[in-house]
Design a protein around this ligand. Sequence first.
Ligand code: HPA
Ligand code: ZN
Length: 343
Amino acid sequence: MSHEDRALAFACRMPKAELHVHIEGTLEPDLAFRLARRNGLTLPFADEQALHAAKAFTDLQSFLDLYYACAAVLRTEQDFADLMTAYLARARDDHVVHAEIFFDPQTHTARGVPIGTVIAGLDQGRRTAAREWGITTRLILCFLRHLSEDEALATWAEAQPFLDSIDGFGLDSSERDHPPRHFARVFAQARALGKPVVAHAGEEGPPDFITEALDILKVARIDHGVRAVEDDAVLARLVAERVPLTVCPLSNVRLCVYPTMREHALPRLLAAGARVTINSDDPAYFGGYLNDNIRAVQAAFGFDIETWARMGRDSLEASFAPAGDITRWVEELERLRRSACAA
Ligand code: HPA
Ligand code: ZN
């Protein structure tokens, strides 16, 4: 086996955390059609193949249009439970030991699905995965930035009875023209609970949005953040402050942030010393789950075992899991790394 193949086998096998995955983005076409039938709804596609063909995206918005259209089949607690269980089964196959999962309540409440139904279903799936596979999870409520802050504050109020199930807050959807500063009030409230906050920034938006997310929203991690490479000062700050970036390589290529994987900022971020983690974002839409992202990155860059171990370790250490769990997972990763290096 070549060095590169050995490094790939190690990266696929190592214990890791997924820190950037939207549960609505894990809705595979077969489940979408099954749920549509179960709920007496019709998707605007004749069949799974037609839906698959609609996944030729030109930018973030072209993806979001399809993503919100497909999410319309999610109606009942059981639907959300089935979605979560299906994702976590895939994550287990990729040796994900811990997943921090985004959900977009406003997408569902706008269709009349109560936030309590969404959360109860997601919790059911999380419990199944914990019991069956020992995967731990965190649930992160994302506010949709194409909607107003007043709408985010209304969602914040609706979420209050369910705070035991919500481990953090995030910001997603259309980034252009929707800067982090618009959400200062709702994020201040979220932080006042003592729960961590994160935000998508520097995916399609400029490096300034990363600075705003840090200074105004006071995020613990930046989701994407790849455009930091366009501003030396922003990149230097991320490195100095050890801010984790949840990078999603297949997503970035499929949404045309980069023309091909070879042009991706990942090697530049690593060379600068940034804390980079690899994630799947919306795996049902972008061509794969976590290990598919690892395979695509390895095909483009051929990283060594040390580089993959660094990203695996950073994923675990940047998670919101208990310190004892992180220590145990990192030790397991180190054992695996030593035996992979010795082989
Ligand atoms: N960016 C912004 N919003 C999103 C994404 C993304 O990559 N995926 C799902 N919602
Ligand atoms: Zn995302």
